[in-house]
Design a protein around this ligand. Structure first.
Ligand code: SF4
Ligand code: SF4
Length: 554
C-alpha cells in the first residue's frame, strides 16, 4: 500500500475547499483508483438471494443493469417513502442552511462538495423531487429536480459509498435530518438492481454460511477460543474455562468475530476471558452466533434483520437468561436503534440482572442485551474486581468514541469510567472531536477495504488530526476504542498520519490491570514486560484500585 500513496503532507496540503466551477447537477463521476470499492461477487449475491448477480466493476461503462432498472428503483423509492415516515420528512424539510456542510469527515478530508451531507442527500432528494413533487414535475431543474439516469445511479454509488453512516452531521442539523438514514435508503435502492459492494455482501454471506463475517467455521472458532485460553494460561499461569454452546448457561456472550482472529482485537478477547474467570461468570460462547457485528446494517433493513435474528435464535436455543455483548460498534447500533422493531422485543429472555452485583440493567429491559462496558463499570463501582492501575503505566491513552456506541447509543461515560479505573495516564482529545461530536474512523459501514484506501485516509484525517494533537502535546501513545471496525482501520490510519500511536481495546487494559487469584504475571497481554510488577502474594489485596463504591442501577 505504502508505495502507491502520496506523503501525508501532500495529501493534506492538496485538499481544496474552494467552490468548484462544475454545476452540481452534472452527475458524471471519475472512478479514480483508491476512492471506490469493488463490486459484490455474483456467488455471494446468489447465496443471499439478492437480485441481478453478475460480474461487473464500477469502472465498466456498462454496469449490466436490468432493462427495467429505473422502474425498479423508482418503485423502491415510492415503497420506502410509504414505509419510513422519517424518509419523507428528510426529503421535504431541509432548508439548506448549511450547518451540516463542513461537519462530514469526508468533506473535510477531500474538499469534494458532494461530500457535504446537504449535497449528498440532495443527490437522492433531487430524484425524489422530480417524481414525487408537483413543483419538480413542472419546473424540473429550476427547483432542484433531476431525472434518474445511469450517470445519476453511478454518482449515487460513488457518494453513498463515501458516507460511513456515522451520523455526525445529524448532531448539527437544526431539524435533526439524519443523512446516514438517507444513505441507508440509497444503498437499499442500489441493491434492488444488484449494485452493491464486496466488503458488505461477502461478510453477510459468510455470516449465514459459517456463523461470522470472517467465514471462520465452527471448529475454527472453537480452536481460536481454545488457543486464547492456552495463551492466557501462559501469560497469567491461570487456566480459564471458556464454554461454547453450553445449554442452560445464565448469559450468552457475543463478540465481533475479529476479536478472536485479528490484532489488536485479540488482546481484548484475552481481557474478556480473564475477567469472566475472575468473577466466576456463568456464561457461554456460541458457534452459531459467533458474530456480534452486523454488516446487514450497511446493506438494507432486511439484511440487518436477518443477521440480528441469529443472536436471538441462539439465545432461545441455549436457554440463557440474557445476552452480554462485547466491544463492537454496528452490533450496538442495530441493538439499540432497530432490534425492537426488527425482531423484538425479546420477551422470551429475562430483564438483565448482574449475577455479581445484583444491578438490574433497566435500560436493556426490551433488548435483553447489555454492553460489556456497562457490565464492567458496574463491577468496578461495586468493588467486585481488583485492579492495579500501574500495570498500564507504559500506556498513556486517549479514547476514540466509536460512532455507533456514542451517537447511536449514548454510551459516553461508562467507557471513560472503566478506563480511568484501570490506568493512570489518560488525556481526552479536543472536545469538538469526542463524545457526540466524535469524528469517524473513516472506514465504517463496509468501506474499510484496501482498494478504497485513499478515501479512508482522507475520511480518517480529522480523527487522526485530533489524535496527533494529544500525541504531540501529551505523549499519548495508545488510542482506545470499543469497536472492531475501529480496531481494524485505525492502525493503518495512525501509521499514516500519527506514527507512534497504537490502538487497543478497553478490556485489554482491564485484562492487564486485573489482579487474578493465584496469578503469576510478568508481562501484559501483548507480552510486554509489566512496569512496576508487584510480588504475586501482594497482588491479591493491597494494590487494588476499585473506584468508588455504590449501589443501584447503571
Ligand atoms: S443542517 Fe439540516 S437543514 Fe441545514 S442543510 Fe444540513 S440537512 Fe439541511
Ligand atoms: S453520516 Fe457521517 S459520513 Fe455520512 S454524510 Fe453524515 S457526517 Fe458524512
Amino acid at each position: 500500500m505504502a508505495e502507491k500513496l502520496v506523503k501525508p503532507e501532500e495529501l493534506a496540503g492538496g485538499i481544496d475547499y474552494k467552490p468548484k466551477q462544475k454545476d452540481w447537477f452534472d452527475p458524471r463521476v471519475e472512478f479514480r483508483r483508491g476512492t471506490w470499492n469493488y463490486a459484490a461477487p455474483p456467488d455471494n449475491l446468489k447465496y443471499l438471494d439478492l437480485p441481478n448477480p453478475r460480474k461487473w466493476s464500477p469502472t465498466d461503462e456498462d454496469w449490466k443493469l436490468p432493462d427495467n432498472w429505473k422502474e425498479i428503483i423508482l418503485e423502491g423509492l415510492r415503497d420506502r417513502i410509504k414505509r419510513f415516515r422519517s424518509l419523507q420528512v428528510f426529503m421535504d424539510i431541509c432548508v439548506r442552511c448549511g450547518a451540516c456542510a463542513d461537519k462530514c469527515h469526508f468533506f473535510i478530508g477531500s474538499g469534494d462538495p458532494k461530500n457535504m451531507p446537504v449535497l449528498r442527500a440532495e443527490l437522492l432528494r433531487s430524484v425524489y423531487r422530480k417524481d414525487y413533487t408537483l413543483a419538480g414535475k413542472l419546473m424540473g431543474k429550476m427547483v432542484g429536480a433531476r431525472e434518474l439516469t445511469v450517470d445519476v445511479l453511478k454518482e449515487w454509488f460513488y457518494y453513498f459509498y463515501q458516507c460511513t453512516e456515522c451520523r455526525r452531521c445529524s448532531v448539527f442539523c437544526p431539524y435533526g435530518i439524519d443523512t446516514a438514514e438517507i444513505t441507508m435508503i440509497a444503498r437499499e435502492l442500489l441493491n434492488l438492481v444488484g449494485v452493491s459492494i464486496e466488503w458488505i455482501c461477502t461478510p453477510a454471506a459468510n455470516c449465514f454460511r459459517t456463523g461470522n463475517h470472517l467465514g471462520i467455521q465452527p471448529h475454527g472458532f472453537a480452536d481460536s477460543i481454545e488457543f486464547a485460553v492456552d495463551e492466557l494460561e501462559e501469560l497469567t499461569g491461570i487456566k480459564v474455562d471458556a464454554p461454547i454452546n453450553k445449554k442452560g448457561a445464565e448469559i450468552l456472550f457475543v463478540a465481533p468475530s475479529a476479536d478472536y482472529f485479528a490484532s489488536p482485537h485479540y488482546y481484548t478477547l484475552l481481557g474478556y476471558l480473564a475477567l469472566f474467570h475472575e468473577i466466576g461468570l456463568d456464561y457461554t460462547w456460541s458457534a452459531y452466533a459467533s458474530e456480534g457485528g452486523n454488516f446487514g446494517l450497511f446493506h438494507s433493513h432486511e439484511m440487518m434483520k436477518r443477521l440480528n435474528a441469529k443472536i436471538y435464535a441462539e439465545a432461545k436455543r441455549l436457554g440463557v437468561k440474557w445476552i452480554l455483548g462485547g466491544e463492537c460498534g454496528h452490533m450496538w447500533r442495530v441493538i439499540h436503534q432497530y432490534m425492537d422493531t426488527l425482531n423484538g422485543p425479546a420477551d422470551f429472555l429475562e430483564e438483565p440482572v448482574s449475577p455479581i452485583t445484583g444491578t438490574r440493567f433497566e435500560n436493556a429491559r426490551s433488548t435483553k442485551m447489555v454492553h460489556i462496558t456497562e457490565f464492567t463499570s458496574d463491577l468496578i463501582r461495586h468493588g467486585k474486581i481488583k485492579l492495579d492501575k500501574s500495570r498500564n503505566d507504559h500506556w498513556h491513552a486517549t479514547f476514540h468514541d466509536s460512532c455507533n456506541p456514542s451517537r447511536a447509543m449514548g454510551l459516553l461515560e461508562e467507557p471513560r469510567y472503566v478506563i480511568k479505573n484501570c490506568m493512570n495516564k489518560f488525556t481526552e482529545m479536543p472536545e469538538n472531536t469526542i463524545r457526540e461530536q466524535t469524528f469517524c474512523c473513516g472506514s465504517g459501514s463496509g468501506l474499510g477495504t484496501d482498494e478504497n484506501l485513499e478515501m479512508r485516509l482522507r475520511g480518517g484525517f480529522p480523527r487522526a488530526n485530533a489524535c496527533k494533537y494529544v500525541h504531540d502535546t501529551k505523549d499519548v501513545n495508545i488510542l482506545l476504542c470499543i469497536c472492531a471496525i475501529d480496531k481494524a482501520t485505525l492502525p493503518p490510519l495512525l501509521e499514516y498520519w500519527v506514527p507512534g500511536v497504537e490502538v487497543g481495546g478497553i478490556h485489554e487494559l482491564i485484562g492487564n490491570a486485573l489482579i487474578m487469584k493465584g496469578e503469576k504475571r510478568e508481562t501484559d497481554l501483548r507480552g510486554t514486560p509489566l512496569p512496576n510488577l508487584a510480588p504475586a502474594e501482594e497482588n491479591t489485596e493491597d494494590k487494588a484500585e476499585t473506584g468508588e463504591e455504590g449501589e443501584g442501577d447503571v
